[in-house]
Every structure is written in C-alpha cells, then in structure tokens.
Design a protein around this ligand. Structure first.
Ligand code: AHG
Ligand code: MN
Ligand code: MN
Ligand code: MN
Length: 372
C-alpha cells in the first residue's frame, strides 16, 4: 500500500524536478543541475549547523575543559568535513565561530562560510550568470566560460541572530532566467518577483526541510541524513485560507503606521466575535514563514518610522517567500501593492511585507486601502 510504496519508491527532489521537466519542453536538464548544486549548498550548511550544535550542548558551555573532553578526539581526526569547514581547530574555544583551516587565519562566521559554499557551488554548476547574495555588496557576474542561463538571488544564512542559541535558521533562494546570455547586466536580476522561475528555502531545524516551487505549486522535501537525499514529504502544500496565528516583532510597535497598528490590535482584540489570534515569532524569517505556510496565519515585517522600508530584502527574502505563498494559495502584500509586482531598482533594496493566509492578508490590504 501507499506507505510501503513510499518506503521503496523514493521520490527524491531530483526525481521530482525531472518529472516536472515535460511541462517545460525547452528545458534540457539545466535546472535539475542547478538545483542539485543548490541542494549541495544546503546539505553543507545543514551539516555545519549540526556540528555547531554539537559544540553547543556540552554541559558547561564556554568551558574549554568541558568542550575538549566532551567531543571525542576521533571526531576531529576522522571527520573530513569537520576539517574542511574548519571545526577541527583544537585551539578554538569559541563554540560558535568556526576556525578556518590555516592557522592564524581569521575565524569564519557561519554566514560567511555558507555564502562561500553557495557562491562556489553555483558558479561551478556552469548554469548561472549573475549571483546576488545578502553577504556580498556587489552582484557576482560569472566568467563567460562558466556561464549558464540562470540568475540566482539568495540569503545563504537567514536568521543569523539565532545561530548561537541553536534556534532554526535557513537559506532562501530565488531563480530568474537571463534574457540574453551574451549580454548580461544587473537588469537581469532587477526584475519583479513574478518573473522568477523558481524559489525556495531550506530550514535547518529539528529536521532539514527544503521547500520549493517551480511555479507549479509548492512541495516540501526532508533530508534523510542516512541517504543524503531530500525526499518528498510535503507534497502540494496549500496554506489554510485563514489562520489563527500572527507573527511580528512587536518591539517595533511604537513606530508602526496606522494600518499595521490596527491590524495587530484586531489580532488581539477582535471585534467580530472571533477568537484572538496567538502570537508566534522566532526572528528567523525562514522558520516564521515555514510555520505560517504549514499552519496558516500571517507573517509581517512592516514599515515603521525608523525603517520606512521595513527590514527584509526584496530580492532574496521578500520575493522568494512571496512566490511560495502565492503558489500555496496565500498572498503577499507590501503595504502598497502585490509583493511580486514590485520592480526593484537596487539589489539590496528593502520592502515591508505582509504574507500568509489569503483571508488574513486580505484584511491588511483593506486597512491600507481605507487609509488612502
Ligand atoms: P539575516 O539573518 O539574513 O540578516 O536576516 C534576519 C531577518 C529575518 O530572518 C528575520 O525575519 C528578521 O531579520 C528578524 O528581525 P528582527 O530581529 O528585527 O525582528
Ligand atoms: Mn535574512
Ligand atoms: Mn542572511
Ligand atoms: Mn545579515
């Protein structure tokens, strides 16, 4: 029966994407190859995050003795990967910063390391031409000899304030198709989110979950560590039409505009007889959006007087998550327009965002409309 079939007939992410290929007759497997390099980056970060966690839980955090005795020396000497990512430095007592391979070199923060891994994996795929990463001020133009037709915008490690306490973090990515491979410019990535051909995120949580849309709905894959493969575990994700949760940094409430303030007030003191919503806020966009996608509700990072454009970045935070939300039957709004219609003019541009269950986002749209 079905469960048995799933155990022996594994729907890996590669197989899933290959199955979708007939829907794109022009495609020649390039997307599959690109995705496998993104997946490699995700597996690397997942592994690095888990090794950081290993350092986190010795009984006396910070004590050199506790750390050096509780991690078996074999882990350092055997684990090629630990060496590769620089965990093997025995003089490094800081549990959360990774020591790079060469002694004396600067310690690499996990977000910088993740960025390097993604940039190198994406370039070596031979399928990319422009890369925009949160960690790099400038866009990367791939050498013509390695150039392919895809542009990738990404946040290699999202939720960095949560790294040191072991709370879920993630990677976010969006993919555009270049117009003319021999004539590549920033305009290829300064495109509205609705032009993305795919978007997704990987969450490094209690399990490692990759959520992807290629424009045909949303699917979730969970990393089976024993296989090293992402297996389809959440087929055709649809967000509930209305949710019972809201997710926002209320510490900024003092500076909110009226529609946002009214919306949150309504979540807590509904006047239509409905129950108040519960508040959930992790502070990692990937984790907050993942929960919103599965349970329903709304996630907001609004504008405020101090940050008139909010905090989140259009290209590699707002767009990919908005793309996924729409593909799952939800909505994403900037306070002014459908988020995916926004045309960015700068690669690191920010925008307010309200995304989640269709009916919940409708409410905030109505409040902004009433303001005009
Ligand atoms: P990053 O770690 O990539 O810089 O992004 C952090 C973002 C996002 O993950 C999260 O939704 C938001 O910051 C939280 O911001 P506040 O701490 O202001 O609530
Ligand atoms: Mn981020
Ligand atoms: Mn980041
Ligand atoms: Mn950052």
């Amino acid at each position: 029966h079905a469960a048995d079939a799933r155990r022996t007939d594994l729907m890996t992410i590669t197989r899933h994407v290959l199955n979708e290929q007939p829907k794109h007759p022009e495609s020649k497997g390039d997307f599959t190859i690109l995705l496998s390099h993104i997946v490699l980056g995700c597996k690397f970060v997942c592994s690095a995050v888990n090794k950081v966690l290993l350092f986190l839980f010795p009984s006396t955090i910070g004590s050199p003795i506790a750390i050096s005795t509780s991690i078996p020396p074999s882990l350092f000497s055997q684990a090629g990967l630990a060496k590769l990512i620089g965990l093997a430095g025995e003089t490094n007592r800081r549990p959360f910063a990774l020591l790079s391979l060469n002694q004396g070199e600067e310690q690499k923060k996990l977000d910088v390391l993740s960025n390097e891994v993604f940039v190198k994996a994406l370039i070596s795929s031979g399928r990319t031409c422009v890369l925009v990463s949160e960690e790099d001020e400038e866009a990367t133009f791939v050498d013509p000899s390695l150039r392919g037709k895809y542009c990738v915008v990404f946040d290699p490690l999202d939720g960095s304030s949560n790294i040191d306490c072991g709370v879920s973090i993630g990677t976010i990515f969006g993919i555009y198709m270049v117009k003319d491979k021999d004539n590549v410019s920033l305009d290829d990535v300064l495109q509205p989110g609705k032009h993305m051909v795919a978007a997704g995120y990987c969450m490094y949580g209690s399990s490692c979950t990759l959520v992807l849309s290629t424009g045909n709905g949303v699917n979730g894959f969970t990393l089976d560590p024993s296989l090293g493969e992402f297996i389809l575990t959440h087929p055709d994700i649809k967000i509930p039409k209305r949710g019972k949760l809201y997710s926002v940094n209320e510490g900024n409430a003092k500076n909110w505009d009226t529609p946002t303030a009214k919306f949150v007030e309504k979540c807590k003191f509904p006047k239509d007889g409905s129950s108040p919503k519960s508040l959930r806020y992790i502070g990692s966009m990937v984790a907050d959006v993942h929960r919103t996608l599965l349970y329903g509700g709304i996630f907001l990072y609004p504008a405020d007087k101090k940050s008139p454009n909010g905090k989140l970045r259009v290209l590699y935070e707002v767009f990919p998550m908005s793309f996924l939300m729409e593909q799952a039957g939800g909505q994403a709004f900037t306070g002014e327009q459908r988020a995916l219609d926004l045309v960015p003019t700068k690669i690191h541009q920010r925008s307010p965002v309200f995304l989640g269950s269709y009916d919940d986002v409708d409410e905030i749209i109505a409040l902004y409309a009433a303001e005009e």
